[in-house]
Ligand binder design. Structure first.
Ligand SMILES: Nc1ncnc2c1ncn2[C@@H]1O[C@H](COP(=O)(O)OP(=O)(O)O)[C@@H](O)[C@H]1O
Ligand SMILES: [Mg+2]
Length: 348
């Protein structure tokens, strides 16, 4: 017994090390999974061939085609499992990354809120010199940008767990109205007019927070990518399409998107040439449209982009309508007008 322990120790340590590596190193895990499956596959093919050869001695004509069919079937099935097992570690690692980013974003939210409140309180003090007042205003603007990025990162985390997204009837007109209201100051500072063309109660089936982010990201882009003091405008129009689905379009008169960028703008962290060259929308992360894309996809909706460089961009998202008998907690605004009259709310 005493002699066996020293020789056992290294092998136990080796197995433990390998097990640990298998659990923690996703590439090693994928390699082991693929090699194991290949070995099993090889053994099975050998078994089929052996059986075929044994059978062929009795029924040479019938046994061999059966064996080939068996091998093709086995190859297809094993190919499927191989891909599945090879991809699982990569998928897990991506999920982990999203969760990690989400956790950090969540941790940053509270201190950020405290800094913002403290700055806002400091701004109330009438003894502040104009220079300090301006400095605090700048801080607030930057804090808003950070919190927008954090919200986008938090969405990435939520989007990795679609079951956390509850779908219910949502008044998309109201969302559009409140997003425009929230961006009124930014638009005013750039000399851009905002307006909304929609029936007061266009209902979609979706998640309120997520849809708010879709509209907010689109409107922020429209404002940021419209040159300041160029007599520009940003409009939201909400109407039904031929299937009765709801189409929300954000229309701007901004710099437009070049054909080269058009195919990439929905990729995470992609920033168009124009945004870099002209330095519009500083503090942008390239996450905005990627999140819009994910959220719309989860709503089973579609997105279309129409753009002409120098003339403006229209990004339209199509969302499923709320069921006709859907009950909401929202007060009825004017049911007789629904679908017939349109209201124009101006935010200039
Ligand atoms: N309304 C728009 N007008 C012009 N370009 C736009 C517009 N919306 C998006 N883009 C382009 O698409 C890119 C990706 O947008 P987004 O994902 O929101 O990232 P960003 O953080 O750069 O705004 C932007 O960098 C910009 O080049
Ligand atoms: Mg953006």
């Amino acid at each position: 017994m005493q002699n066996q322990t020293p020789s056992l120790k290294p092998s136990v340590a080796w197995v433990t090390d390998l097990t640990h590596k298998y659990r923690s190193n996703q590439i090693f895990k994928a390699t082991v999974n693929i090699v194991t499956l290949k070995v099993i596959f090889g053994l099975l093919i050998l078994a089929v061939m052996t059986l075929a050869i044994v059978n062929a001695q009795q029924h040479p004509l019938t046994a061999l085609p059966g064996a080939w069919l068996c091998i093709i079937l086995l190859t297809a099935i094993f190919g499927f499992f191989q891909v599945r097992y090879a991809i699982t570690p990569a998928r897990d690692s991506l999920k982990f990354q999203k969760r990690f980013i989400g956790n950090i974003a969540h941790e940053l939210r509270t201190p950020l809120a405290i800094i913002k409140t403290t700055t806002e309180v400091a701004l109330i003090d009438t003894r502040l010199s104009p220079e300090l007042h301006e400095a605090f205003d700048d801080i607030l603007l930057e804090l808003d940008r950070i919190s927008e990025t954090i919200n986008n990162l938090l969405s990435f985390d939520t989007l990795s767990q679609p079951n956390r997204m509850r779908m219910e009837p949502v008044n998309i007109s109201k969302i559009a109205e409140s997003v425009l209201e929230r961006n009124a100051a930014l638009a005013k500072s750039r000399g851009i007019s905002l307006s909304l063309l929609s029936s007061p109660t266009k209902m979609v089936l979706g998640n309120m927070t997520a849809l708010e982010q879709v509209v907010s990201n689109l409107v922020k882009n429209a404002i940021n990518y419209t040159p300041a003091n160029s007599d520009g405008s940003v409009r939201i129009s909400i109407e039904n399409d031929y299937r009765n689905w709801v189409v929300l379009a954000v229309i701007d008169t901004g710099i437009g998107i070049g054909p080269k960028d058009l195919y990439h703008i929905f990729e995470p962290y992609y920033r168009g040439d124009t945004s870099r060259a002209r330095n519009v929308g500083t503090g942008s992360s390239g996450l905005g449209l990627a999140i819009v894309n994910e959220i719309v996809r989860m709503h089973k909706g579609t997105i279309s982009v129409k753009s002409a460089v120098g003339n403006g961009t229209t990004i339209a998202v199509t969302l499923p309508p709320a069921p006709a008998d859907a009950k909401t907690n929202e007060p009825e605004l004017d049911t007789s007008a629904e679908g017939i009259h349109e209201v124009l709310v101006d935010f200039t």
